[in-house]
Design a protein around this ligand. Structure first.
Ligand SMILES: Nc1ncnc2c1ncn2[C@@H]1O[C@H](COP(=O)(O)OP(=O)(O)OP(=O)(O)O)[C@@H](O)[C@H]1O
Ligand SMILES: [Mg+2]
Length: 461
């Protein structure tokens, strides 16, 4: 149950809103002026303020500023008469969470109330998480320094990492770009008894076929035109440590054959050499490609796949572990604020909302870049929507708020349709003909869809 402070000089409005608040199992407090409201705010534990813009002495905007000065984590929703939406937009610039046009519609109020309270609990959680994060980071420093995430999905990853760390068998790390494959490869190494030996990385996609081969296995003097002296390869340099083969899915067929042989026989020769060297390194490979599909299209050898895939670790995309987003944000703010020498105190609720609603196709790398950029751009000690890239800023509106589950297309399209219809009905105050025109569909189609989504029972005015 949340405590909600409702401010309006018209008693009929505060009563009506209070009634809806109570009906939603929250506790309403009412005030008729900004002064009265502020006094109440200071003495009670208020979770959300809903205030009219036009009040007798001080305005709703004054109240908004006072409230935010004391506690910026309490969202404020402003109410404004129809036709004066510009005032509300100004209020948003001052940090209002959202606005309602009067007369207030019950559905709209309920939706916005819910969102504001969700937002508040997210912000409070985020604050707790920052503290908890500091503590956990101390505790797991040895094991998983710098790997952030407490979701169930990540817990499973940590537990796998711990279990495979001691073994010698190859590990295959799978996951979309930016999900932390390299970080996990490193964690496996530091958690193993090889941690005092080298961790050697090679990016298989970056090197041409012939160079990759000599980089991996080394070459003898005179092996090819430019081989002026003998050069050890990465297998040799890694010794009894760990060799991380990044982007293994991109490796050329001829090198695949050679790699398979090393994995099978634990032996190799330098390019142009005859001496047989033994392979002692532990192999960790990673890719963001679908290797089974690569096998099907004959681009990747099945036998090599089985050799590499003795244990595999699948890293979840960020959109599957949304609860880690706030803690990652906190982590990257701390990291880049100190790196860039800026003091960043907070993130505006609206900006946090955008970041949480976005689906992060580039995963953690994209989130990290976004935060770094925002810290560079921000002109004050708070990150705001305007500091985010435009396509992420757009995640602030009603039509795009929930994150999208890309695999379920039908459900996705329905969710999207539902939101657009809801939005059109709100904007036309429930006028079906106007909403249909806005959506560019037939009136009868809209009626049908409203029935399907159970919107007929709502009053949108
Ligand atoms: N759980 C995490 N906690 C903190 N930082 C993370 C986490 N996962 C990834 N990162 C950071 O995100 C960036 C991308 O991670 P990494 O390079 O390991 O991804 P990747 O899966 O190898 O991506 P690609 O497939 O594009 O190579 C790095 O800067 C890394 O430090
Ligand atoms: Mg990588």
């Amino acid at each position: 149950m949340a405590t909600i402070l409702i401010v309006d000089d018209l008693k009929s409005t505060t009563d009506a809103v209070a009634q809806i608040v109570s009906a939603n199992a929250h506790n309403p407090l009412t005030a008729a002026s900004a002064e009265e409201a502020f006094a109440l705010f200071k003495e009670s534990d208020v979770d959300l303020v809903i205030t009219d813009m036009k009040l007798p002495n001080k305005s709703g905007l004054d109240l908004l500023r006072q409230v935010r000065e004391i506690d910026p984590m309490v969202p404020v929703i402003v109410m404004t008469a129809f036709g004066t939406v510009k005032n509300a937009v100004d209020a948003m610039k001052w940090g209002a969470f959202d606005y309602l046009t009067k007369p207030v519609s019950m559905v709209e109020l309920e939706v916005k109330l819910d969102k504001a309270l969700q937002q508040r609990s997210l912000l409070l959680n985020n604050q707790d998480l920052q503290l908890e994060n500091n503590y956990l980071r101390e505790e797991v420093h040895q094991q998983f320094s710098e790997i952030i995430g407490q979701s169930q999905e990540m817990q499973e990853v940590y537990s796998l990492v711990k279990r495979v760390a001691e073994a010698r068998s190859p590990v295959l790390i799978l996951g979309e770009s930016g999900t932390g494959k390299e970080l996990i490869a490193h964690a496996i190494h530091t958690n193993s008894d090889r941690s005092d030996k080298p961790f050697v990385k090679i990016n298989c996609a970056a090197l041409a076929e012939g160079i990759l081969e000599s980089e991996l296995f080394g070459h003898e003097k005179g092996a090819f035109t430019n081989a002026i002296r003998r050069k050890p390869g990465r297998f040799e340099i890694a010794g009894a440590g760990t060799l991380f083969l990044d982007e293994i899915g991109e490796i050329a067929p001829s090198v695949q054959v050679k790699l398979l042989r090393v994995l099978q026989e634990k032996e190799f020769e330098r390019v142009g050499g005859t001496e047989t060297l033994s392979m002692r390194a532990r192999i960790i490979a990673a890719t963001n490609l679908d290797l089974e599909q690569q096998i099907a299209s004959k681009q990747f050898r099945e036998d090599l796949y089985y050799r590499l895939n003795v244990v595999s670790i699948q890293l979840p995309p960020l959109r599957r572990r949304e609860e880690d987003i706030p803690i990652l944000i906190a982590h990257f703010i701390a990291k880049y604020a100190s790196e860039l020498g800026k003091k960043i105190k907070a993130m505006s609720p609206a900006a946090l909302k955008c970041l949480c609603n976005y689906t992060w196709p580039g995963n953690i790398r994209e989130l990290e870049n976004t935060i770094e950029r925002a810290i560079v751009l921000t002109r004050n000690d708070q990150i705001d929507c305007e500091d985010l890239p435009i396509h992420i800023q757009q995640k602030n509106d009603l039509a795009s708020d929930d994150s999208v589950d890309e695999e379920d297309l039908t459900k996705n399209m329905e969710d999207h349709e539902k939101k657009l219809i809801f939005k059109a009905l709100l904007e036309t105050r429930g006028n079906i003909s106007k909403a249909a025109a806005k959506l560019n569909i037939k009136r009868t189609t809209l009626r049908y869809k409203m029935e399907k989504y159970d919107f007929l029972r709502y009053k949108f005015e």
